[in-house]
Ligand binder design. Structure first.
Ligand code: PLP
Length: 452
């Protein structure tokens, strides 16, 4: 039988393509899944299967696939000026306009933008910026950045070091020096026998203890995702973020919010910092800024830090693709669509609450120990015993089994250990939410049969 297009692609891919976050041996054995096309919230694979993308790609395709406005913005900018850089006192219209647009959307005094090509580059930029800031203020010993175990801040050396993923640290001798971690506010995983509020405060107060142990004069910044995404959609108990902010203010430690996932409406607010009442000194964004149509990130910088940077002479930092004109033009179009269609308000008042209600209905399934969510982020915890919330032994791989059953049902859902997570496009309809939840329930049923 002649080799199909799909098989030919899989063969080339297995021979030449090293994939991100992929088990190479499994890929060689099973081959890759080939995705060919997208429209709205759906993907089509090379076998013609239609798949509901419950993860919006990698938490980014917020406006869904095939949006003409974004395609046309890219096309027009490619014809006008496909590339120019922002180094050495130069700008171009898409970057200047986008910086101003973002400054108008961001909370607090985040009035200044530094563009990057990705979320990881944002976090590398943060490290360099906050250390440069403190050096300029005559405090070069303020170098330590505190983050959290099981945080995800990207895959560059600084991003992976700030992140608290142990398997990532295990490869390549990370974290880098002066990047330290405290425990995460993961109530179901690490404190479910305790009162959630007290647990959240206890976890926040670890920050104060860490600052005191290190010496406040050495601490430059604290960084956190408002809701940890890749760690398993971990929503901190109420009281956690206000306490973190209080501690940062008390010791003059800069507060950095990594909103690479949470920004641009994911939580029902333009930025989750608004939802949590935070006034960060720096805020990182990427992904939803272009709905994933172009690679782009930005670090928003508050007035105090920006003034010091501006008066500090040249900041020796930047990327060839910082503020790429095509990416900036697409981001501008993306924000305009979101404003015109009131996408954020719809997540806050309509489709977010609807998805959360429907998602919570999965809580009666015998495999489910907890459901939780915010906006269009949601998670459920797979357990071996619903009464005692006993987890499966780790080598059972319940999450991966469930993920495979989801694919068979035509649904992309991600597994973080035994935590199943979703982050669908923000434009998902009520009927598509129903479809998502029905497919998830069917996948849970099949997982239960596989495990029994
Ligand atoms: N920060 C957070 C919170 C993320 O979720 C991610 C990616 O998932 C990153 C940073 C890294 O972004 P990128 O993959 O664009 O480098």
């Amino acid at each position: 039988m002649p080799e199909s297009n799909k098989e030919a692609l899989q063969r080339l891919d297995a021979a030449h393509h090293l994939h991100p976050f992929t088990d190479g041996r499994a890929l060689q054995q099973k081959g890759t899944r080939v995705i060919e096309r997208g429209e709205g919230v759906y993907l089509w694979d090379a076998d013609g299967n239609r798949i509901l993308d419950g993860m919006a790609g990698l938490w980014c395709v917020n406006l869904g696939y095939g949006r003409q406005e974004l395609i046309e913005a890219a096309d027009a900018q490619l014809r006008q000026l496909p590339y120019y850089n922002l180094f050495f006192q130069t700008t171009h219209p898409p970057a200047a306009r986008l910086a101003a647009t973002l400054a108008g959307l961001l909370p607090g005094d985040l009035h200044h933008l530094f563009f990057t090509g990705s979320g990881s580059e944002c976090n590398d930029t943060v490290v360099r910026m906050v250390r440069h800031f403190w050096a300029e203020r005559g405090r070069p010993e303020r170098r330590v950045i505190i983050s959290r175990n099981n945080a995800y801040h990207g895959s560059t050396l600084a991003g992976a070091s700030l992140g608290g993923m142990k398997p990532m640290h295990g490869q390549g001798g990370l974290p880098l020096p002066d990047m330290v971690h405290i425990d995460q506010p993961y109530h179901f995983g690490e404190g479910r026998d305790t009162d959630p509020h007290a647990f959240g405060l206890e976890r926040a107060r670890q920050l104060e203890r860490k600052i005191l142990a290190l010496g406040p004069e050495r601490v430059a910044a604290f960084i956190g995702e408002p809701v940890q995404g890749a760690g398993g959609v971990i929503i901190p108990p109420d009281g956690y973020w206000p306490e973190i902010q209080r501690i940062c203010q008390k010791y003059d430690v800069l507060l950095v919010m990594d909103e690479v996932i949470c920004g641009f409406g994911r939580t029902g607010h333009w930025f989750a910092s608004e939802y949590y009442g935070l006034a960060p000194d720096l805020l990182c964004m990427a992904k939803g800024i272009t709905s994933g149509y172009q690679p782009l990130g930005a670090v928003a910088v508050g007035d105090r830090v920006a003034e010091t940077l501006i008066n500090g002479g040249e900041f020796f930092h930047g990327f060839t693709y910082s503020g790429h004109p095509v990416a900036c033009a697409v981001a501008q179009a993306c924000i305009e669509v979101m404003q015109r269609e009131q996408v954020v308000e719809r997540v806050r008042d309509d489709i977010g609450p609807y998805l959360q209600r429907r998602w919570a209905s999965l809580g009666d399934h015998p495999l489910v120990g907890e459901t939780r969510g915010l906006g269009l982020l949601a998670a459920l915890e797979l357990v071996a015993d619903q009464a005692t919330l006993q987890r499966f032994p780790t080598d059972t791989g319940a999450g991966l089994i469930c993920r495979e059953h989801c694919f068979e049902q035509g649904l992309v859902m991600r597994a973080v250990g035994d935590t199943m997570i979703i982050s669908p496009p923000l434009v998902i309809t009520h009927e598509q939410v129903d479809e998502l939840v029905e497919k998830a329930r069917r996948a849970l049923d099949l997982t239960l049969s596989t495990l029994s």
